[in-house]
Ligand binder design. Structure first.
Ligand SMILES: Nc1ncnc2c1ncn2[C@@H]1O[C@H](COP(=O)(O)OP(=O)(O)OP(=O)(O)O)[C@@H](O)[C@H]1O
Length: 275
């Protein structure tokens, strides 16, 4: 368990252009330099293999927190893979991950790509959501200790975002990786079963909760059956193709609505409030 202490503030100075002066005069805004603090000694405890879920409104400080954690973890000697740093070569998708075709389809399926049409396209020919999932596949195959995904699922529909969130935490936990995601969406708690959930409020306020991973089993069982080792959408053509490659075949399953946990509840062990 490592405790990270986050301190972040900025001093802003405004360029005094004629328009800025007009606005300042019209609204009575002072233009002197101002210091504002986003994190004031916020303490976050993260264990290797934890899932960290950071939420908060736009501009509240989610990206800054991820950047600070990345910096501190890198300084601690951890290898951190950041989705924002992934560079995609302009080759067919199937060439971009894994040592062979079978492994590539497996890794891509974990990131929610299992369509032969996408396998054959180049990144420049994909939609933003497809490219996002391809970047996730690159994180999965990286040998980093920590995976970071900012703006998680921002370009995905909510059903896909939930399925991929569930899949990512599962793959990360199986591989013993720390997964840290940030998004304005607050609807991924059930799918991620976060060990640490941070809700960044405005100014330097932070609400933090520690969860329990055990509950995810109750939450995702039905979903797990739908996507275990397989992508969540499996068209018959791909199934045949994967069978030819020797990949395990599963019948296409319609993705069920996530079920709510029964009995076991997310244990909120501690409630910490920093500043
Ligand atoms: N280099 C900088 N100089 C001054 N202020 C900054 C700087 N970088 C970020 N900020 C401010 O810090 C605050 C938090 O920024 P951050 O990018 O972490 O927000 P966010 O929660 O990730 O937002 P979004 O969801 O819109 O991406 C914002 O108000 C932003 O204007």
């Amino acid at each position: 368990m490592t405790e990270y202490v986050i301190q972040k503030s900025f001093t802003t100075s405004v360029d005094r252009t004629p328009r800025v002066l007009e606005i300042a005069e019209a609204f009575g805004i002072g233009l002197s330099d101002k210091q504002f603090t986003i994190y004031d000694g916020t303490k976050i405890e993260i264990e290797p293999g934890d899932v960290v879920y950071i939420t908060g409104q736009s501009g509240s400080g989610k990206s800054l927190l991820l950047k600070e954690l990345k910096r501190l973890m890198t300084a601690d000697g951890l290898k951190v893979a950041d989705l924002g740093d992934v560079v995609l070569e302009d080759k067919p998708v199937i060439e971009l991950v894994g040592p062979n075709t079978f492994k590539a389809t497996d890794i891509l399926a974990k990131a929610g790509i299992s369509d032969a049409y996408i396998y054959l396209r180049k990144p420049s020919e994909l939609s933003d959501g497809q490219r996002y999932r391809l970047r996730l596949a690159k994180l999965i195959e990286s040998d980093a200790d920590v995976w970071i995904a900012d703006e998680f699922g921002a370009v995905l529909d909510r059903t896909t975002a939930k399925v991929i969130a569930f899949n990512m935490q599962k793959v990360a936990r199986q591989a013993g990786k720390t997964l840290m995601i940030a998004t304005t969406h607050t609807d991924l708690t059930d799918e991620l079963g976060p060990n640490v959930q941070v809700n960044k409020l405005f100014q330097a306020r932070v609400a933090m909760e520690e969860g329990s991973y055990t509950t995810i089993h109750a939450v995702g069982q039905q979903m797990l059956e739908a996507i275990e080792g397989e992508a969540f959408v499996l068209d018959p053509q791909i199934a045949t193709w994967r069978r030819l490659l020797g990949a395990p075949f599963k019948r296409p399953v319609n993705l069920p609505a996530p079920i709510k946990p029964k009995g076991k509840k997310v244990k909120r062990a501690k409630k910490v409030s920093a500043s």
